[in-house]
Design a protein around this ligand. Structure first.
Ligand code: SAM
Ligand code: SF4
Length: 341
């Protein structure tokens, strides 16, 4: 795929379309690999190696690349993630700059919520449209085992303050891990419902730093559906408004619940996502073992044209599917916190 400079004026002249016809309109940007907790499914307990400050993309660099991708390649939505994005100083300043990009339709954030209470208001003022908050458990003890830290109370306060600040369409994300999540499914659904929020259960993926993931650790979508039927009676599937949306939504009693079967029913055929890591690499898939760095060329004076060529090249090599179900599957070198979930 080639990016032609002469056509660069009106969007989207250079859609990022891969070999399988998938158009990439959704961008996840990791702003840090650091985090204030240490989830077992993501980070190592001890001594994670973090990028140094000079390795991180600056807000100016993130804004430049985002503006190019929105205005020239038809990127429509940006999600800010990490590591924990709220540990990046002055994140609201970046949000303000990104929200000013004409043609950007959606700007959202994924957070563990621990620091949200202090930031929700500034983030909304800066133009953030939506927030997803990770909530795996309602038990402080389980939280402590899962995250190797305390802080469930802070996450719950963060959720409250996002609601009070006026964010709409807040989603809660719960990882589905065998032996941990089964007991909590119904309580988490009732909690989300009581707050008027949607909860989505996400199958645990092989992205943990310690590389302990085993297929048997995944509490899969079918099992979750069985539990829902057992507790709530009839489970009705709600048609997807958008084929690229990874979650399948279900109506159970009065509650709406999402399930993301990333492992057992991958949505690679419809994937429209690409990622930028905190240290300035482009990744065409969570599970990719190849990535293209644009930070060094950018810092050495690459033109807009040259930068967009790097994105086009990276997207053109995207695999058809992540291949978790293949015997030969190898998890990526980077764990989740260093990619940006
Ligand atoms: N720190 C923020 C948070 O936890 O919400 C944002 C970054 S985190 C990497 C983004 C999402 O990835 C979270 O919802 C988290 O639960 C999810 N995640 C982390 N490790 C995962 C894994 N091994 N499999 C599936 N999802 C994972
Ligand atoms: Fe931190 Fe999010 Fe990873 Fe948990 S999942 S360790 S909160 S980056």
């Amino acid at each position: 795929m080639v990016y032609h400079e002469e056509n660069r004026l009106s969007p989207p002249r250079h859609p990022l379309i891969d070999r399988y016809g998938r158009t990439h309109t959704s961008l996840r940007i990791s702003v840090t690999d650091r985090c204030n907790i240490r989830c077992t499914y993501c980070m190592p307990e001890l001594d994670p190696i973090f990028f140094s400050r000079s390795e991180l993309l600056t807000f100016e660099e993130i804004t430049r690349i985002s503006t190019l991708l929105v205005n020239h390649c038809g990127v429509e939505d940006i999600r800010i993630t990490g590591g924990e994005p709220l540990v990046r100083k002055d994140l609201h300043v970046l949000i303000e700059r990104l929200s000013a990009i004409r043609n950007l339709k959606d700007l959202s954030l994924t957070t563990n919520g621990l620091l949200l209470k202090n930031h929700a208001h500034n983030l909304m003022k800066a133009g953030l449209k939506r927030i997803n908050i990770s909530l795996d458990t309602l038990s402080e003890e389980v939280f402590k085992n899962l995250t190797r830290r305390t802080g469930l109370k802070n996450t719950l306060e963060g959720i409250e303050s996002a609601i009070e600040t006026g964010f709409k369409n807040i989603k809660l994300n719960a990882l589905a891990i065998r032996g941990i999540t089964e007991k909590e499914i119904c309580d988490l659904i009732e909690y989300a419902s009581s707050k008027g929020l949607l909860i989505r259960f996400i199958e645990y993926m092989p992205l943990d730093s310690d590389k302990n993931w085993k297929r048997g650790d995944v509490l899969n979508g079918d099992e979750i559906l069985k539990t829902l039927a057992h507790h709530f009676g009839v489970v009705r599937k709600i048609p997807r408004p958008d084929a690229s949306q990874p979650a399948e939504d279900f109506l159970v009693g009065d509650h709406k619940v999402g399930i993301i079967r990333s492992v057992t029913k991958p949505f690679c055929d419809q994937c429209n996502r690409m990622r930028i890591t905190a240290d300035g690499a482009i990744r065409n898939c969570l599970f990719s073992n190849k990535e293209v760095s644009f930070k060094t060329p950018m810092r050495e004076g690459a033109t807009d044209h040259e930068l967009l060529e790097l994105f086009a090249t990276c997207i053109s090599t995207k695999e058809k599917s992540h291949g978790i179900s293949n015997e030969a599957f190898q998890p990526p070198d980077r764990p989740m916190y260093a990619i940006g979930g």
